[in-house]
Design a protein around this ligand. Sequence first.
Ligand SMILES: Nc1nc2c(ncn2[C@@H]2O[C@H](COP(=O)(O)OP(=O)(O)OP(=O)(O)O)[C@@H](O)[C@H]2O)c(=O)[nH]1
Ligand SMILES: [Mg+2]
Length: 405
Amino acid sequence: MSEKKQGFFSKIFKKEKPTPIENAPVEEIQKIELQEKQAKKTKTKKPKQKAKSKVKAKPVKKPIDKAEHQDVGPPETTPEWVEEHTPAPTPAPSPKKPKKKSWFNRLSSGLKRSSDNLSNNITSVFTKKKLDQATLDDLEDILIQADLGIDTALTITKALAKDRFDKEISAKDVQIILAQEVEKALTPVAKPLLIEQTNSPFVILMIGVNGSGKTTTIGKLAQKFSDEGKKVMLGAGDTFRAAAIEQLQVWGERTNSLVIKKPTGSDASGLAFDAYKQAIDEKADVLIIDTAGRLQNRSELMDELEKIIRVIKKINQNAPHAILLTLDATTGQNALNQVEIFSKKAGVTGLVMTKLDGTARGGILVAIAKKYALPIHYIGVGEGVEDLEPFEAKDFALLIAGQTE
Ligand SMILES: Nc1nc2c(ncn2[C@@H]2O[C@H](COP(=O)(O)OP(=O)(O)OP(=O)(O)O)[C@@H](O)[C@H]2O)c(=O)[nH]1
Ligand SMILES: [Mg+2]
């Protein structure tokens, strides 16, 4: 406010010494009034200029608004309520930074159980004492219990022993080294899923055990790809259950993606074939094919998966371009076996780990990375469409080790 006042008065008393109004004597006040009048007179000259500048300002503003309107205006399919309740279109905010931050927050709360588990156990062992063999053994146990895997556990304890043996060490020091080693293990596998346009439609086959999050992940991916302007189609390859087809249909409607389906009980490979043909005809950019959940030890179901892939290859030898295995983080060590068998049978090209929010066993991702070196494309930390993001080694490592500052 005081800045405003100053600006106003300095405008009026352009050529006068600035006099604080509260200390002004009577003559000064009279002077002020007089000059105020003069100032008003001079103002009457200025309006022309001001009016001019106003006239000028308008046309500049309008075309910008118009351009923005054209660029970011709602698509034809915008639901009615958007038109009713949304005021004039505002310029699209730069979505990246806030999105990144809110994802980091979601990831942070999602991984909380895993990181609390590790941090609490580490703190209980490292209470300001010298690093000896017994403490190293305890740490090794903690890391193995947290599902990080024996390899990672040994790498971390070795790294600690090398530099800090017989020296005082705090829980925080251990967490720093843990974060560094986890990041080292995960960096080579943190690879985004690249949708190569030369392969259009890019065919993704989603596989995994029952309830691992295949269909939900398909919905989340469909949203991402269509947000990028890609034409997405979905194949309802889980032909066993009517509810599975309906579930995909809902995601299709939500994400504006055409769903190719057949009656319950139809042959899944036939559906995959038809969906691919149709995606080619429709010039889709991406086709994501759902499959029924199957336990890796059910050989007849694994054979069916092989058949689906074989049939897709009849259309294009290079398809499916991605075979994504969804892994439920809450299954812990069993996930290793799933990677092993699904890879052998179906040639998994990349992984998506879901439900990291529902477990203290998020460390399993590190064990899988070390053992199989398969790309980890995405991780899921919730049921919402926004709860899936490309996997980033550093964020994950810092959070799981409780090293966020
Ligand atoms: N908390 C949490 N829940 C998830 C996540 N991903 C999926 N889910 C939930 O897990 C449950 C199973 O997900 P689906 O997508 O149906 O799993 P699916 O692999 O398709 O299951 P089947 O078709 O039966 O094999 C649903 O309730 C999802 O909402 C995640 O990242 N976090
Ligand atoms: Mg499903």
